[in-house]
Design a protein around this ligand. Structure first.
Ligand code: ATP
Ligand code: MG
Length: 267
Protein backbone atom coordinates (compact mmCIF):
# COMPACT_ATOMS: atom_id res chain seq x y z
CA UNK A 1 0.00 0.00 0.00
CA UNK A 2 1.52 3.34 -1.04
CA UNK A 3 0.50 6.51 0.71
CA UNK A 4 -0.60 8.23 -2.52
CA UNK A 5 -4.04 6.62 -2.58
CA UNK A 6 -7.11 6.69 -0.40
CA UNK A 7 -8.05 10.35 -0.87
CA UNK A 8 -11.76 10.95 -0.31
CA UNK A 9 -13.17 14.25 -1.54
CA UNK A 10 -16.73 15.12 -0.52
CA UNK A 11 -18.20 18.27 -2.02
CA UNK A 12 -21.50 19.93 -1.14
CA UNK A 13 -23.10 16.58 -0.36
CA UNK A 14 -26.82 16.52 0.30
CA UNK A 15 -29.09 13.65 1.21
CA UNK A 16 -32.88 13.55 1.54
CA UNK A 17 -34.70 10.41 2.58
CA UNK A 18 -38.24 9.88 1.31
CA UNK A 19 -40.27 8.61 4.25
CA UNK A 20 -44.03 7.92 4.13
CA UNK A 21 -44.54 10.54 1.47
CA UNK A 22 -42.44 13.06 3.40
CA UNK A 23 -38.89 14.11 2.75
CA UNK A 24 -36.32 14.02 5.57
CA UNK A 25 -33.26 16.13 5.00
CA UNK A 26 -30.43 14.16 6.63
CA UNK A 27 -27.35 15.91 5.25
CA UNK A 28 -26.87 19.36 3.80
CA UNK A 29 -23.85 20.80 1.99
CA UNK A 30 -21.22 18.50 3.51
CA UNK A 31 -17.68 19.24 2.32
CA UNK A 32 -14.99 17.02 3.79
CA UNK A 33 -11.63 15.50 2.85
CA UNK A 34 -9.72 12.46 3.96
CA UNK A 35 -6.22 12.76 2.54
CA UNK A 36 -4.03 9.79 1.67
CA UNK A 37 -3.00 7.96 4.82
CA UNK A 38 -4.93 10.34 7.06
CA UNK A 39 -7.01 9.29 10.09
CA UNK A 40 -10.14 11.43 10.13
CA UNK A 41 -12.99 11.22 12.64
CA UNK A 42 -16.52 12.60 12.47
CA UNK A 43 -18.42 13.35 15.66
CA UNK A 44 -21.85 14.85 16.19
CA UNK A 45 -25.12 14.37 18.07
CA UNK A 46 -27.28 11.29 17.61
CA UNK A 47 -29.31 11.45 14.42
CA UNK A 48 -27.18 14.14 12.75
CA UNK A 49 -26.39 11.88 9.79
CA UNK A 50 -23.01 10.31 10.62
CA UNK A 51 -24.02 6.79 9.56
CA UNK A 52 -25.75 8.21 6.51
CA UNK A 53 -22.51 9.95 5.55
CA UNK A 54 -20.54 6.72 5.94
CA UNK A 55 -23.12 4.75 3.95
CA UNK A 56 -22.81 7.28 1.14
CA UNK A 57 -19.00 6.95 1.07
CA UNK A 58 -19.39 3.15 1.18
CA UNK A 59 -21.70 3.43 -1.85
CA UNK A 60 -24.65 1.73 -0.11
CA UNK A 61 -26.86 4.74 -0.87
CA UNK A 62 -26.65 7.46 -3.53
CA UNK A 63 -26.53 11.21 -2.80
CA UNK A 64 -29.37 13.59 -3.59
CA UNK A 65 -26.81 16.25 -4.52
CA UNK A 66 -23.09 16.99 -4.51
CA UNK A 67 -20.24 14.55 -5.12
CA UNK A 68 -17.95 11.99 -3.49
CA UNK A 69 -14.77 10.82 -5.17
CA UNK A 70 -12.09 8.34 -4.18
CA UNK A 71 -8.76 9.24 -5.79
CA UNK A 72 -10.63 11.38 -8.30
CA UNK A 73 -13.13 8.69 -9.33
CA UNK A 74 -16.80 9.23 -8.44
CA UNK A 75 -18.24 6.62 -6.08
CA UNK A 76 -21.11 4.84 -7.77
CA UNK A 77 -21.65 1.82 -5.49
CA UNK A 78 -19.88 -0.46 -3.03
CA UNK A 79 -16.37 -1.59 -3.98
CA UNK A 80 -13.34 -3.50 -2.73
CA UNK A 81 -11.38 -0.22 -2.62
CA UNK A 82 -13.30 0.61 0.59
CA UNK A 83 -13.40 -1.66 3.67
CA UNK A 84 -16.36 -1.16 6.01
CA UNK A 85 -16.63 -1.97 9.73
CA UNK A 86 -19.87 -1.50 11.69
CA UNK A 87 -20.61 -1.59 15.42
CA UNK A 88 -22.25 -5.02 15.03
CA UNK A 89 -19.61 -7.62 14.30
CA UNK A 90 -21.41 -9.04 11.25
CA UNK A 91 -19.18 -12.10 10.98
CA UNK A 92 -20.45 -15.32 9.44
CA UNK A 93 -21.06 -17.48 12.55
CA UNK A 94 -20.71 -20.74 10.63
CA UNK A 95 -17.31 -19.83 9.21
CA UNK A 96 -13.97 -20.02 11.03
CA UNK A 97 -11.93 -16.87 11.67
CA UNK A 98 -9.72 -17.72 8.69
CA UNK A 99 -12.70 -18.34 6.37
CA UNK A 100 -14.34 -15.10 7.51
CA UNK A 101 -11.20 -13.15 6.67
CA UNK A 102 -10.64 -14.92 3.35
CA UNK A 103 -14.22 -14.42 2.19
CA UNK A 104 -13.72 -11.09 0.37
CA UNK A 105 -10.51 -12.26 -1.23
CA UNK A 106 -12.30 -15.37 -2.49
CA UNK A 107 -14.96 -13.18 -4.12
CA UNK A 108 -12.17 -11.26 -5.82
CA UNK A 109 -10.82 -14.52 -7.23
CA UNK A 110 -7.53 -14.54 -5.28
CA UNK A 111 -5.87 -17.96 -5.20
CA UNK A 112 -5.77 -19.99 -2.00
CA UNK A 113 -2.09 -19.33 -1.27
CA UNK A 114 -2.47 -15.53 -1.64
CA UNK A 115 -5.63 -15.58 0.48
CA UNK A 116 -4.05 -17.54 3.27
CA UNK A 117 -0.84 -15.50 3.29
CA UNK A 118 -2.74 -12.23 3.48
CA UNK A 119 -5.15 -13.52 6.12
CA UNK A 120 -2.41 -14.96 8.35
CA UNK A 121 -0.35 -11.77 8.05
CA UNK A 122 -3.24 -9.48 9.02
CA UNK A 123 -4.49 -11.76 11.81
CA UNK A 124 -1.00 -11.75 13.31
CA UNK A 125 -0.86 -7.93 13.10
CA UNK A 126 -4.20 -7.79 14.94
CA UNK A 127 -2.94 -10.11 17.68
CA UNK A 128 -5.09 -13.02 16.49
CA UNK A 129 -2.35 -15.41 15.39
CA UNK A 130 -3.36 -18.90 16.58
CA UNK A 131 -7.11 -18.20 16.44
CA UNK A 132 -7.51 -19.01 12.73
CA UNK A 133 -9.64 -22.11 13.34
CA UNK A 134 -11.85 -20.64 16.04
CA UNK A 135 -15.50 -19.78 15.33
CA UNK A 136 -17.03 -16.36 16.17
CA UNK A 137 -19.02 -17.84 19.10
CA UNK A 138 -15.71 -18.83 20.71
CA UNK A 139 -14.35 -15.25 20.67
CA UNK A 140 -14.81 -12.24 22.97
CA UNK A 141 -16.48 -9.07 21.64
CA UNK A 142 -13.11 -7.37 21.19
CA UNK A 143 -11.71 -10.36 19.30
CA UNK A 144 -14.78 -10.53 17.05
CA UNK A 145 -14.34 -6.89 16.17
CA UNK A 146 -10.64 -7.44 15.45
CA UNK A 147 -11.68 -10.18 13.01
CA UNK A 148 -14.17 -7.71 11.50
CA UNK A 149 -11.39 -5.16 10.99
CA UNK A 150 -9.02 -7.74 9.54
CA UNK A 151 -11.76 -8.94 7.20
CA UNK A 152 -12.35 -5.37 6.01
CA UNK A 153 -8.61 -4.99 5.39
CA UNK A 154 -8.10 -8.33 3.65
CA UNK A 155 -9.06 -7.17 0.17
CA UNK A 156 -6.43 -4.39 0.40
CA UNK A 157 -8.79 -1.38 0.41
CA UNK A 158 -7.53 2.19 0.02
CA UNK A 159 -9.62 3.41 2.92
CA UNK A 160 -11.24 1.89 5.98
CA UNK A 161 -14.73 3.22 6.82
CA UNK A 162 -15.69 2.62 10.45
CA UNK A 163 -19.08 3.38 12.06
CA UNK A 164 -18.74 3.38 15.87
CA UNK A 165 -16.76 0.14 15.67
CA UNK A 166 -15.96 0.07 19.40
CA UNK A 167 -19.35 1.28 20.64
CA UNK A 168 -20.36 -2.11 22.04
CA UNK A 169 -17.12 -2.73 23.94
CA UNK A 170 -16.22 -2.01 27.56
CA UNK A 171 -13.84 0.87 28.32
CA UNK A 172 -10.74 -1.26 28.82
CA UNK A 173 -11.23 -3.36 25.69
CA UNK A 174 -12.00 -0.19 23.79
CA UNK A 175 -8.65 1.35 24.79
CA UNK A 176 -6.81 -1.78 23.62
CA UNK A 177 -8.72 -1.72 20.33
CA UNK A 178 -7.79 1.93 19.78
CA UNK A 179 -4.14 1.07 20.29
CA UNK A 180 -4.35 -1.88 17.90
CA UNK A 181 -6.17 0.13 15.24
CA UNK A 182 -3.53 2.87 15.44
CA UNK A 183 -0.78 0.30 14.93
CA UNK A 184 -2.58 -1.37 12.00
CA UNK A 185 -3.23 2.01 10.40
CA UNK A 186 0.41 3.06 10.73
CA UNK A 187 1.75 -0.29 9.48
CA UNK A 188 -0.55 -0.40 6.45
CA UNK A 189 -0.46 3.35 5.61
CA UNK A 190 -4.18 3.25 4.87
CA UNK A 191 -6.67 6.17 5.16
CA UNK A 192 -9.41 5.90 7.79
CA UNK A 193 -12.80 7.62 8.09
CA UNK A 194 -14.00 6.94 11.63
CA UNK A 195 -17.42 7.74 13.11
CA UNK A 196 -17.72 8.00 16.88
CA UNK A 197 -19.78 9.53 19.70
CA UNK A 198 -16.75 9.53 21.95
CA UNK A 199 -14.74 12.76 22.02
CA UNK A 200 -11.70 11.23 23.74
CA UNK A 201 -11.64 8.38 21.25
CA UNK A 202 -11.73 10.83 18.34
CA UNK A 203 -8.85 12.88 19.78
CA UNK A 204 -6.73 9.84 20.66
CA UNK A 205 -7.02 8.34 17.16
CA UNK A 206 -7.27 11.21 14.71
CA UNK A 207 -5.19 13.58 12.65
CA UNK A 208 -8.31 15.66 12.11
CA UNK A 209 -11.83 15.77 13.56
CA UNK A 210 -14.95 17.06 11.82
CA UNK A 211 -17.81 18.17 14.08
CA UNK A 212 -21.32 17.94 12.65
CA UNK A 213 -24.39 19.97 13.56
CA UNK A 214 -27.71 18.41 14.56
CA UNK A 215 -29.97 17.34 11.66
CA UNK A 216 -29.82 18.33 8.90
CA UNK A 217 -26.16 17.48 9.36
CA UNK A 218 -23.69 20.09 8.17
CA UNK A 219 -20.02 20.51 9.05
CA UNK A 220 -19.70 22.86 12.00
CA UNK A 221 -15.93 22.73 12.44
CA UNK A 222 -12.80 20.83 11.44
CA UNK A 223 -10.07 20.63 14.08
CA UNK A 224 -6.55 19.34 13.50
CA UNK A 225 -5.12 17.11 16.24
CA UNK A 226 -1.41 17.81 16.38
CA UNK A 227 -0.55 15.56 19.34
CA UNK A 228 2.70 13.72 18.61
CA UNK A 229 2.63 10.01 17.78
CA UNK A 230 2.98 7.41 19.09
CA UNK A 231 0.27 8.46 21.54
CA UNK A 232 0.42 6.63 24.84
CA UNK A 233 -2.70 6.13 27.01
CA UNK A 234 -1.62 8.92 29.40
CA UNK A 235 -1.78 11.46 26.55
CA UNK A 236 -5.35 12.07 27.77
CA UNK A 237 -3.86 13.89 30.77
CA UNK A 238 -1.72 16.29 28.70
CA UNK A 239 -2.66 20.00 28.50
CA UNK A 240 -2.82 19.82 24.68
CA UNK A 241 -5.33 16.94 24.87
CA UNK A 242 -7.44 18.70 27.49
CA UNK A 243 -7.49 21.88 25.43
CA UNK A 244 -8.84 20.19 22.31
CA UNK A 245 -11.31 18.21 24.43
CA UNK A 246 -12.67 21.46 25.89
CA UNK A 247 -13.07 22.94 22.41
CA UNK A 248 -14.90 19.87 21.14
CA UNK A 249 -17.19 19.76 24.19
CA UNK A 250 -18.07 23.39 23.57
CA UNK A 251 -18.83 22.76 19.90
CA UNK A 252 -20.98 19.71 20.60
CA UNK A 253 -22.85 20.92 23.68
CA UNK A 254 -24.95 23.40 21.70
CA UNK A 255 -25.74 20.76 19.08
CA UNK A 256 -26.90 18.21 21.67
CA UNK A 257 -29.25 20.81 23.06
CA UNK A 258 -30.54 21.56 19.58
CA UNK A 259 -30.97 17.86 18.69
CA UNK A 260 -32.91 17.28 21.89
CA UNK A 261 -35.25 20.22 21.39
CA UNK A 262 -35.87 19.14 17.75
CA UNK A 263 -36.80 15.65 18.97
CA UNK A 264 -39.22 17.13 21.47
CA UNK A 265 -40.89 19.26 18.80
CA UNK A 266 -41.18 16.30 16.41
CA UNK A 267 -42.57 14.05 19.17
N1 ATP B 1 -33.38 4.74 5.59
C1 ATP B 1 -33.84 5.86 6.14
N2 ATP B 1 -35.05 6.37 5.81
C2 ATP B 1 -35.49 7.51 6.34
N3 ATP B 1 -34.80 8.27 7.23
C3 ATP B 1 -33.60 7.80 7.61
C4 ATP B 1 -33.04 6.59 7.09
N4 ATP B 1 -31.82 6.39 7.65
C5 ATP B 1 -31.62 7.43 8.48
N5 ATP B 1 -32.67 8.28 8.45
C6 ATP B 1 -32.80 9.54 9.19
O1 ATP B 1 -31.67 10.34 8.86
C7 ATP B 1 -31.18 11.00 10.03
C8 ATP B 1 -29.72 10.63 10.24
O2 ATP B 1 -29.61 9.28 10.63
P1 ATP B 1 -28.20 8.59 10.91
O3 ATP B 1 -28.46 7.17 11.24
O4 ATP B 1 -27.29 8.86 9.78
O5 ATP B 1 -27.69 9.39 12.21
P2 ATP B 1 -26.41 9.16 13.13
O6 ATP B 1 -25.71 10.47 13.23
O7 ATP B 1 -25.63 8.01 12.62
O8 ATP B 1 -27.07 8.80 14.53
P3 ATP B 1 -26.48 7.89 15.73
O9 ATP B 1 -25.41 8.72 16.37
O10 ATP B 1 -27.65 7.70 16.64
O11 ATP B 1 -25.97 6.63 15.15
C9 ATP B 1 -32.09 10.58 11.17
O12 ATP B 1 -33.05 11.59 11.36
C10 ATP B 1 -32.73 9.30 10.69
O13 ATP B 1 -34.01 9.14 11.22
MG1 MG C 1 -25.12 6.15 13.43
Amino acid sequence: MTSSVGHIEIRDLTLRFAQQGQSVQALQGITLDVHSGEFVSVIGPSGCGKSTLLNLVAGFIAPSGGSITLDGKPISGPGADRGVVFQQYSLFPWKSVLDNVEFGLKLQGADKRTRQQRAHHLLALAGLGGFENFYPSQLSGGMKQRVGIVRALAANPRILLMDEPFGALDTQTRALMQQMLTELWQTLGISVLFITHDIDEAIFLSDRIYVMTARPGTIKAALPVTLKRPRLPDVVLSPAFLEIRARLHGLIAGERQHAFSTELVVA
